[in-house]
Design a protein around this ligand. Sequence first.
Ligand SMILES: Cc1ncc(COP(=O)(O)O)c(C=O)c1O
Length: 412
Amino acid sequence: MALQFPIYMDHAATTPCDGRVVEAMLPYFTQKYGNSGSRNHRFGWEAEEGVDQAREAAAKLIGATEKEIIFTSGSTESNNLAIKGACNLYEKAPAGSKSRGHIVSATHEHKAVLDPVKRMVKEGFDATFIEPGADGIITAEMVKAAMREDTILVTIMWANNEIGTINEVRQIGALCKERGVLFHTDATQWAGKMPVNVDTDNVDLLSWSSHKIYGPKGVGALYVRRHRPRVRLQALQDGGGQERGFRPGTLNIPGIVGFGKACEIAMAEMEADALRLGKLRKHLEDSILAQLDSCAVNGHREKRLPHISNISFGFVEGEGLMMAVKDIACSSGSACTSASLEPSYVLKALGVGDELAHSSLRISMGKQTTQEQIDFAIGNIVQAVKKLRLMSPLYDMHKEGIDLSKVEWAHH
Ligand SMILES: Cc1ncc(COP(=O)(O)O)c(C=O)c1O
């Protein structure tokens, strides 16, 4: 099939909705449009049935029970509910302490975790943000070293959204269990892509999102453990008591039905998808690294999700690189903040310098990604980097063997 441009390689940002998901959702807009809270008629019952089925599929995907699933608007909300909800209920201030309790997280978490934690700090809690090493992995040892007597919550993501690295979730969970501390994981990039069992993985609270797994946007879930321990949370909002009071408000029924279908499909297809994408990623990275010097794959090479590749290219300028690869819809190592381009704080947390962070690409593949598309991406990237380096005096100096770190630049 002829390639269509731009080629979508940004599946860590979002995924297209699967046709089977759309089909499952459609009746819930115009035919089965009841409110699942309506107990007295067929419309309500059939909406409730749709939600129940979705809840079953979501629970099954992560090895939970239906009652442990709270539907939300996505991972941002799930993270907020988990973090703020747990802090507000489990606060403990030891005698003489000014803090309401201590939270452990990491510097390269998603903003949807960092910001709720920072909010809790403003409201009287203490937090420790663990700094990862160059491999980007958070280990149980690191968490152990960060924990305190008054730690009430550990929130560490399962896999990182920019570099795909996988943290030691099961071991961190075991440590938390041993200490009686709640463990939340933002599994947005993991759940539906790789297997989860909340019991053997020792997780108390887990967030994930429909739009990362070929479901609709604006829907997700929070898993809340009900046994050993029974986790309680303070809701973020008050209202009609839906979702067992954790998340009041009329349910987004078509969205939830679509999310459930996406979970069901993920359960059946994740293994084959991961295997195929892992091979494509290896081909992509091997080919690029074989043809270009001075570039590096960011994060641990093995302990990574199979579909995400984050590569820094030395001696090219970030904006120029993005322009030169505009046929590939991928992410750069720059984040647009209010007025300027900031280097990715995730790459910076790994010790990647500002320049290199700017000239990094995150390529994230998905179900529709083909070998042909990857071959195009390889050719396009290699050609672009070579061309940009032709214009780089620094690259010439580097090729001549000059150690650029020792050069004394004249300042004007
Ligand atoms: C790791 C991680 N957490 C949270 C989010 C936010 O998810 P949502 O878009 O469902 O609110 C994302 C999405 O970018 C993510 O990658």
